[in-house]
Design a protein around this ligand. Structure first.
Ligand SMILES: Cc1cc2nc3c(=O)[nH]c(=O)nc-3n(C[C@H](O)[C@H](O)[C@H](O)COP(=O)(O)OP(=O)(O)OC[C@H]3O[C@@H](n4cnc5c(N)ncnc54)[C@H](O)[C@@H]3O)c2cc1C
Length: 457
C-alpha cells in the first residue's frame, strides 16, 4: 500500500469489467473506493449482460489480472483458443494458428463469470459497491453526483475524484460534455451483430473443436463462434445493418434468417437446434468507434475503458485495452494521489495514442477476418510472415502476435506492422508462391531494415 494513498477517496461510476478491476487495484493500493453501478448485483440477481456473452482474453488482459492477483482464478474459468478455425462454404475447415505454440493462445471467458469474479475481488480488497445506483448527473463545481434509485427518486453523493468506467454510453461523459468540449466523435461501423448458440451435445462435450475461435468468412460479413466451459459456443453473426441482401434489414423474420443461414452457414445451422428461439430473443447490437480529444476534466473527472474509447470488437481487445488502462491509472494515482490533475493528464498522454491505434487495428481486422482469411495473397503473406518469424524472431512479429501475445504498446504495433507489411510486399513482388524467394536473404534484409522488437514487452 502507498501510505499517501491511504484515505484518498475515489468514486467510480460503473462496475463492469474495467470498473471492477480498477476498484480492486485502487483498493489494493490503499484508496477508499466507492463504486456506483446502474444494474442490480449480478451475484444475487443474475448477470444482465446485454452484449457479448463471452470474450477473448489476451496477454494484456492477463497481465492486468496478474497485477491484481486474479489471473489463475480467471484462467480456471477459461477455454484456450489456439487459432482461427476457418469454415469454407463447402464445409471444409482449416486451423490457422495464432501463435508459435501453446504459449501463444487467447482464451474465451464468460463476461458474466468474469464480472462476478472481479466484483468479489473488489469487495475483498475493501471497495464499497452500490448497485441499482445509476449516475444521472454531476455538479463538478460542488463535487457531487446525482444517483437515480430504482423507485424513481434521486440522491446526491459527494465525490471529489470521479472515474468514469460506465461504458460506451457513459453518463459521466455526457455530464462532462456539458462543461467542456471533449471533441467527441462517434463513427458507426454500419454493421451490427446478433448472438446465437451452438449448444453442447451433452455432458459438457463440444459440437465443434473446442480450442479454436471458429470463423465462417463470407466476404462482406461473417459468423464467429467462441467456446464456453459448459460445452456450448456463443455464435455471433456480423452483418451490414442496412442495404442490399444480405443485411439485417433484408432478414425481417426468422424464416428469412434460416434460409440465409442454410445457404451461407449450413454446417453451423446444423448444430443450432435453438436457432429460431435465439434469433427471436436476441436483438441486433450496433457497433461504433468512439473518439475523444480529451478524456478528463482537470483533476475532477476522468474517463477510461469504453467510456473513453469504445472500439469495434474485431481484434478482441476492448476489454484487454481497458484492463491496461486500469493498471496504468492505478499505478499513476498511487504514485501521486494528491495531484489528480497531473495524473489524469499524464494518463491521457500515455494511453490515447494506444487507444487510437487499437481502434484503427480493430477496424482493419474486420476486413481481414471476414474476407482476408480466405484470400490467396493474404495466405501467401501469412506463409512469408511465418518464414520470417522463424528466421528473424528478434526483428519480425505478426501484428496479431504483437497485439495478442505481448504488451508492446498498440501504437508501436501499428508502426511496426506498417514497416513489416511494406517489406513483405516488396519481397513478394512478382511472386505467387514462396518458391522463388531466398528466405535466408529475406531474413537478412528484415534484420537490416527493421529495428529489433522491444524486449520483455
Ligand atoms: C459483440 C462484442 C464482442 C466483444 N468481444 C471482445 C473480446 O473478445 N475481447 C475484448 O477484450 N473485448 C471485447 N469486447 C469489448 C468489451 O466488451 C468492452 O471493451 C468492455 O466491456 C469494456 O468494459 P467497460 O467496463 O469499460 O464497459 P462495460 O463493460 O460496458 O461496463 C460499463 C458498466 O457501467 C454500468 N453503467 C452504465 N451506465 C451507468 C450509469 N449511468 N451509472 C452507473 N453505472 C452505469 C453498466 O451497467 C456496466 O456495468 C466486445 C464487445 C462487443 C460489443
Amino acid at each position: 500500500m502507498t501510505p499517501s494513498a491511504k484515505n484518498s477517496k475515489v468514486t467510480l461510476i460503473g462496475a463492469g469489467l474495467v470498473g471492477s478491476l480498477l476498484a480492486t487495484l485502487l483498493a489494493q493500493r490503499g484508496f477508499e473506493v466507492e463504486v456506483f453501478e446502474r444494474r442490480p448485483d449480478p451475484r444475487t440477481h443474475g448477470f444482465l449482460g446485454g452484449r457479448s456473452i463471452n470474450l477473448a482474453l489476451a496477454e494484456r488482459g492477463l497481465r492486468a489480472l496478474r497485477q491484481a492477483g486474479l489471473a489463475d482464478n480467471v484462467l480456471a474459468q477459461a477455454v484456450m483458443m489456439r487459432g482461427r478455425m476457418v469454415h469454407a462454404l463447402d464445409g471444409t475447415t482449416n486451423l490457422q494458428r495464432y501463435g508459435l505454440d501453446d504459449s501463444e493462445v487467447i482464451r474465451s471467458v464468460s463476461r458474466g463469470g468474469l464480472n462476478i469474479l472481479l466484483l468479489d475481488a473488489a469487495e475483498r480488497a475493501g471497495a464499497k459497491l452500490h448497485f441499482d445506483a445509476a449516475m444521472a448527473g454531476a455538479d463538478f463545481a460542488g463535487g457531487t453526483i446525482t444517483l437515480a434509485n430504482p423507485d424513481g427518486t434521486t440522491r446526491n453523493h459527494h465525490a471529489n475524484l470521479l472515474l468514469g468506467c460506465d461504458g460506451a454510453g457513459s453518463a459521466l461523459r455526457a455530464a462532462m460534455l456539458k462543461h467542456a468540449d471533449l471533441g467527441e466523435r462517434i463513427e458507426p461501423l454500419g454493421h451490427g451483430y446478433r448472438e446465437l448458440e451452438i449448444p453442447s451435445p451433452g455432458s459438457g462435450r463440444f459440437a465443434l473443436e473446442p480450442h479454436a475461435l471458429h470463423i465462417w468468412p463470407r466476404g462482406h460479413y461473417m459468423c464467429i463462434a467462441l467456446p464456453n466451459t459448459e460445452g456450448n459456443f456463443t455464435v455471433t453473426l456480423f452483418l451490414p445493418a442496412e442495404g442490399a441482401y444480405p443485411s439485417f434489414a433484408t432478414l425481417p423474420d426468422v424464416g428469412a434468417a434460416r434460409a440465409f443461414f442454410d445457404a451461407q452457414f449450413p454446417d453451423a445451422l446444423a448444430s443450432m437446434p435453438t436457432f429460431d428461439a435465439d434469433w427471436n430473443a436476441h436483438p441486433v447490437g450496433q457497433l461504433a468507434t468512439l473518439y475523444l480529444d480529451r478524456w478528463h476534466l482537470d483533476g475532477r473527472a476522468l474517463l477510461l475503458g469504453d467510456a473513453a474509447h469504445a472500439i469495434v470488437p474485431f481484434h478482441g481487445q476492448g476489454m484487454n485495452c481497458g484492463f491496461e488502462d486500469a493498471v496504468e491509472l492505478a499505478t499513476l494515482l498511487a504514485a501521486l494521489p494528491s495531484k489528480p490533475a497531473a495524473v489524469f493528464a499524464e494518463f491521457e498522454r500515455r494511453r490515447k495514442p494506444d487507444a487510437d491505434a487499437i481502434a484503427a487495428m480493430s477496424q482493419a481486422n474486420y476486413i481481414e477476418m471476414r474476407d482476408g482469411v480466405a484470400d490467396p495473397h493474404y495466405l501467401l503473406k501469412r506463409e512469408l510472415a511465418a518464414a520470417l518469424t522463424e528466421r528473424a524472431p528478434t526483428h519480425f512479429m505478426s501484428r496479431y502476435r504483437m497485439v495478442s501475445f505481448t504488451a508492446i504498446p498498440y501504437a508501436t504495433c501499428v508502426t511496426r506492422e506498417r514497416a513489416q507489411a511494406a517489406l513483405m510486399e516488396s519481397l513478394l513482388a512478382g511472386h505467387d508462391s514462396l518458391d522463388g524467394i531466398n528466405l535466408d536473404a529475406a531474413a537478412t534484409r528484415v534484420r537490416a531494415e527493421l529495428p529489433p522488437l522491444p524486449q520483455g514487452a
